[in-house]
Design a protein. Structure first.
Length: 94
């Protein structure tokens, strides 16, 4: 995330989200610039990015790659696939 510039003085402005203010999309928000004291308006835009990867174990191309989870206490450990995060009980036979 970046800090935008005040449209008046061009100084970086940290958007104040106290009590969740300014997170609503498609709603006009107002804030005062701490550098020049002028009030500006802004809209919030939320975007998502995705990182995709192959999962051959979900397509029958290869078996799951189960590893024991590091859990405390160890009695609560499970077997978890390192590719797709599928979980099995610890006593699961591969």
């Amino acid at each position: 995330m970046y800090d935008p510039e005040c449209p008046y003085c061009k100084e970086e402005v940290e958007i104040n989200h106290d009590d969740g203010y300014g997170y609503e999309e498609d709603e006009l928000h107002q804030q005062e610039c701490p550098s020049c004291g002028k009030t500006f308006t802004f809209y919030t835009s939320i975007s998502y990015s995705y990182n995709l990867d192959v999962a051959p174990c979900l397509n029958g191309d290869s078996p799951h790659n189960y590893e024991k989870t590091r859990t405390h206490p160890p009695e609560f450990a499970k077997m978890r696939c390192t590719v797709c995060q599928d979980e099995k009980p610890l006593d699961f036979k591969l």
